[in-house]
Ligand binder design. Structure first.
Ligand SMILES: [Zn+2]
Length: 261
């Protein structure tokens, strides 16, 4: 059922509604008329004929007019050698109070925070005393940010943004990068084999030289020929993969550039 505030008057009968009494409420002009007036007139004072039954409820206080506009609070430091009691307006922001308190305490240069003594809560800067419901006589502890258990330390680091040219980003097909890497690793693989074979050839040559009467056996000649052929094959592979990798690298470098802003 609809409700209306007790204490209002019926425009026809001047009856004052008390809590729990029923009447007919006009949705258009918000007037309430008594049930007897309704029976007689069948319309509101404004002419509206469709009224709804409603009940009178105790009026809700919409504003607390006696609310104090200022409260007395105390601020002190952890050790207690600084202590000051002051009046503050309820609409003052905690952040402003914190800065003012820090200045008086001689701590303007260090980051401090305000902790409510009773609750041990760190108070947010952008709320007012009124919004936080801070009571008269509340004690705050002013403490350096790094000190005291529950306080957080804000660490900031400068970010240097490079020149626009350096922030250019390449859009590259993933498979191109993948294949480039594959070719490079194949190339290194064949290079390793090639140098191993070159080492083997050198080993045979050193053997020839270091034997007092230089002996060149048929087998050693055969070995050198075989190693040389294999080394040539390995070298050819190195060249082949290097070429392929270069091609891929070119494709990467020719990819579209996108500027990141
Ligand atoms: Zn009306």
């Amino acid at each position: 059922m609809e409700g209306f505030e007790a204490g209002i008057q019926c425009p026809y009968t001047s009856h004052v509604f008390s809590v729990g009494e029923h009447g007919k409420k006009c949705p258009r002009c918000e007037r309430v008329i008594t049930l007897s007036a309704w029976q007689e007139k069948q319309r509101c004072f404004c002419g509206n004929t469709s009224l709804i039954e409603a009940v009178a409820k105790s009026p809700v206080p919409t504003q607390i007019t006696s609310f104090p506009q200022r409260i007395t609070v105390t601020v002190r430091n952890l050790s207690g050698d600084f202590r000051k009691t002051t009046d503050v307006p309820l609409d003052m922001k905690l952040g402003d109070f914190r800065l003012a308190a820090a200045k008086i305490a001689g701590w303007s240069s260090i980051p401090v925070c305000l902790v409510e003594e009773k609750t041990n809560k760190v108070l947010r800067d952008n709320s007012t005393f009124g919004e936080l419901g801070i009571q008269n006589g509340t004690v705050f502890i002013l403490s350096p940010e790094a000190e005291g258990g529950g306080t957080r330390l804000n660490i900031s680091a400068p970010i240097n943004i490079p020149d626009l040219e350096e922030m250019t980003v390449l859009l590259v097909q993933a498979d191109v990068v993948y294949r480039l890497e594959e070719y490079r690793s194949d190339q290194q693989h064949w290079e390793a084999i090639m140098w191993t074979l070159v080492g083997a050839i050198l080993g045979v040559l050193v053997n020839w030289i270091t034997n007092e009467p230089i002996v060149i056996s048929k087998i050693s000649i055969l070995a050198i020929i075989m190693f040389s052929i294999l080394a040539c094959i390995a070298f050819a592979s190195v060249v082949k993969y290097r070429k392929r990798a270069e091609k891929m690298k070119e494709r990467v470098l020719n990819s579209k550039t996108v500027n990141v802003n």
